[in-house]
Structures are given as C-alpha cells and as structure tokens.
Design a protein around this ligand. Structure first.
Ligand code: GDP
Ligand code: IMO
Ligand code: MG
Length: 428
C-alpha cells in the first residue's frame, strides 16, 4: 500500500485527527488536501493534547513529512501562530512543506464571511467565520492571492490592488465596513511570506516521487462528506470538497495512486452549524451524548448538535468516497445509553429511502426509521482488542458493517492514541 485517504463520513468532527495520528506511525508523509482553519482536529497522546487547524495531524511523529496541499486555504497569521504554539510545546514544524499554490485568506475574507452571515440572519449557514467561503470564492473567480505571490513584492502589490478595487467597494458600500490600503496589507503579508518561505515548495512532484519510491502517503481530509459543496447538504456546506476526490485535486496526485479510502464515522452523530439533521436529539438523550462526548467545537467552541447514528448518511459516504472501510470512533460514549437507536432508513411522503435522498426537501423533512439495540452500560475505554468489547458492543459494530456494506477496521474507545482497536490494520 502507498496512497491512503482518510475522510469524514458524516458532518465533520468524526475524530479524523485522532485516527490520522494513530495511523501516521506507519507513514512517511501526511498531506492535508482541502479546507482551512475552519477545521479543528484534536490529537491526544502521552498526556499531551494538540489542537490543530491547518497543520496535519501526524505532526507529533518526528520522522514524518507534513504537507499542506494546494487545495487548502491558508490564513498565514493563523498558520504562523499554530506553528509557534506547537514549537512551544516541543513539537517541531521544521519539516512542514506548504504548496506554492495554496490560496491565502485575506482580512477581507474574514470580514465578508461575518457580514454575509449577518445578512442571512435566521437563514445563516453557521459558518466558522474564518473567511473560508470568501477565499474559495475568490479562487474560483480568479481573483485570489496565492502563497507564491508573497515572494514577489510587485506582483503581490498589483494583485492586492486589483482585489481591493472590488473588495473595498463591497466592504464600504454594501456592508458599511472599514476598507484596506495596499500599503498596510503588503507590509503585513510580505512579512508573513518571509517567515513561511523556507517551507514553501511544489508538492505534486514531491508526493508523486515519494509514491514512486514506495513511500507511504496519508491524505488527511477535513470536514466531512455531508459538508462537501457538491455532495453535501447544500447550501449548509463548506466551500471545498472534503470527499475522497478532493485528495487528488488538492495535492496533484492521480486517483490511480490511491490504494485505500478510510471513512471516519462517530458511533452516533453530531453537526455544528445550521442544516438538516434527521436523527437530531433535542431532549435528555441528546444532552447526555453532548456531555459524555464533550461535544463542543474545537475551532469555535460552539456546542455541537447530537443525534443517533444515521446509516443512510454513512452508506451515502461509502458511495461518494468509494470507501474501502470504516473507522468507528467514540464507541465509549455510547456506554451512557441503556438502549441505542440506529436510523436505518427515512420516510418522506410515503417513500422509503435507505440512502440520502437526492432532493433537498425530502432530506429536510425525512422522518428517521429506527432499529433499537441493547446498550452495554459498562466502561469500554480500556478495551484494546475486539474480543474484549462486550457482546452488545460487538453486535453494534457488526450491525453498522451490515448497514454500510464495508468492514469496520478500526474502533476508537477514547481520545488517546492508545485507546484504539485495530482490527484490520497491518502495522508496517
Ligand atoms: P476531527 O475534526 O474529525 O478531527 O474531530 P475533532 O477532533 O474535532 O473532534 C473529535 C473529538 O473527540 C476530539 O476532542 C477527540 O479528542 C475526541 N475523540 C476522538 N476519538 C474519540 C473516542 O473514541 N472517544 C472519545 N471519548 N473521544 C474521542
Ligand atoms: P473538522 O475538520 C464540523 C461547518 C460549519 C458550517 C459549515 C460552513 O474539524 O471536521 P465554513 O466556515 O467551512 O464556511 O462553515 O461547515 N464546518 C465544520 N463542522 N467540523 C469541521 O471541520 C467544520 N468545518 C466547517 O460549522 O456549518
Ligand atoms: Mg473537528
């Protein structure tokens, strides 16, 4: 094996960071391929907790090469702060490689993200307000600034001036917000460029040569399948493609180099921000899952919405990503439930759906159909093999496999790297 993709099979926060960290022991390179600092990935090992937003989750391993792919949007100030914070915790960022083609999040992107949400009012997307959407919008409009622009003063100033012609009008005339000058932006951003320059390189040749040499490359997704701009619950989505295809586009590696695509799914379900969520639990059980699972966003601190596991969502993720297998995380959290419900299908206007309906209205009004399984009501966070899990927990995993149509090869029973059951993961 050589090329391996990890992607979220639900609405994000599935524990991708933790699983990436577990698997990176075997890898030579780990590459983020989309998103930006809307992502929040928590990694726990040896009493240390890292909260990562832009840096790939394998950073704790001293020999791995962490890569930020061209599909990522970078707020350079946030990236430098994250690098400094890691260095202070004794985690070296020296080997970090950043694609020359990453697009930059500029101050007006952050302003416009917030202003747009404000304008939408009750219909807001619930974005992280980090400027992600507006930065990708400018990329698509061919008005974006890229990492490589930071290394040529006159090109950078020219491109900022062109962008500001439009942005200052928008900020001042549409939203009544302060504007920017080329001088202030150039001074700040060219200084970021000087600090980041030693890390910037062309990453497509780097990763392709690594794969040619038989090295192992792990592609780490952010967000999740149902937040994908093409395949998610539009318009309640992010602006990139967190699905497996995004790994190829976002790094310059062809699909023929990919050997395995692992989907990460929580043993229940959460979502941050607005949008449909058929299995959402508003009452006491939802509160119990939020408390037991510490369901507060790593990036914004917002309380996540919680609900039962939704098999049609994961089945859809299997299809859209071509998942070869699944990792089920946070199984330990379900120890708080006497009985566990699993949504096996939806019903809308007399039609039964076993995967995500194609029409938005059907999904918005989908009534979940549940199967109820016995809980295990015992602490499983110390289990390290599948056989050590109580029978009810093994049956639960078996049921999820049956519904998804792919095997569950990894199970997480706690946040720490050690709290992981590797069922089908040959260590290198
Ligand atoms: P990501 O965005 O997919 O990387 O997920 P986050 O890091 O945002 O959210 C997952 C949260 O659950 C983090 O706080 C993890 O430390 C934690 N976590 C991951 N796996 C497990 C698990 O198996 N059990 C428990 N209790 N917590 C977990
Ligand atoms: P990780 O990588 C969960 C959600 C936001 C909002 C929508 C659009 O930690 O799984 P954006 O700022 O991207 O324009 O917001 O997407 N969202 C996430 N939800 N986990 C994430 O990342 C998310 N990144 C964005 O809450 O609903
Ligand atoms: Mg997260």
């Amino acid at each position: 094996m050589a090329g391996f993709i990890i992607c979220g099979a639900q609405w994000g926060d599935e524990g991708k960071g933790k699983i990436t960290d577990v698997l990176c022991e075997d890898f030579d390179y780990v590459a983020r391929f989309q998103g930006g600092n809307n992502a929040g990935h928590t990694v726990v090992h040896g009493g240390r907790t890292l909260k990562l937003h832009l840096i790939p989750s394998g950073i704790m391993y001293p020999d791995i090469v962490p890569v930020i792919g061209n599909g990522v949007v970078i707020d350079p100030r946030v990236l430098l702060e994250e690098m400094d914070a890691l260095e202070q915790q004794g985690v070296s960022c020296e080997r970090l490689v950043i694609s020359t083609n990453t697009h930059l999040i500029m101050p007006w992107h952050r302003d416009l993200d917030g202003a747009n949400e404000h304008r939408l009012g009750a219909n807001e997307i619930g974005t992280t307000r980090r400027g992600i959407g507006p930065a990708y919008q400018d990329k698509a409009s061919r008005l974006g600034l890229r990492m490589q622009d930071l290394f040529d003063r006159s090109i950078f100033r020219e491109k900022v001036a062109t962008a500001l012609e439009e942005k200052n009008d928008l900020l001042a005339k549409v939203y009544g917000l302060p504007t920017y000058t080329v001088d202030e932006i150039a001074e700040e951003y060219l200084a970021y460029g000087q600090r980041l320059k030693p890390h910037v390189a062309e990453i497509s040749p780097l990763l392709n040569e690594a794969l040619d040499q038989g090295k192992w490359v792990l592609f780490e997704g952010a967000q999740g399948t149902l937040l994908d701009i093409d395949h998610g619950t539009y318009p309640f989505v992010t602006r990139s493609n967190p699905t497996a295809g995004g790994a190829c586009v976002g790094t310059g590696v062809g699909p023929t180099r990919i050997d395995r695509v692992l989907g990460i799914a929580k043993a229940y379900l959460t979502r941050v921000g607005s949008g449909p969520f058929p299995t959402e639990l508003a009452g006491e059980m939802g509160a119990r899952l939020i408390e037991a699972g510490h369901e507060y966003g790593t990036t914004t601190g917002r309380q996540r919405r919680a609900g039962w596991y939704d098999a049609p969502v994961v089945k859809y993720a299997v299809q859209v990503n071509g998942l070869t297998d699944l990792a089920i995380t946070k199984l330990d959290v379900l120890s708080c439930a006497e009985t566990i419900k699993v949504c096996v299908a939806y019903e809308h206007l007399g039609v039964r759906y076993t995967t995500v309906p194609g029409h938005q209205s059907a999904f918005h009004h989908a009534q979940p159909i549940y199967e109820e399984l016995p809980g295990w009501k015992t602490d499983i966070s110390g289990c390290r093999t599948f056989g050590e899990l109580p029978q009810a927990a093994r049956d639960y995993i078996g049921y999820l496999e049956e519904l998804a149509g792919v095997p569950v090869s990894i199970i997480a029973v706690g946040p720490d790297r050690e709290q992981t059951i590797l069922r089908d993961w040959p260590r290198r």
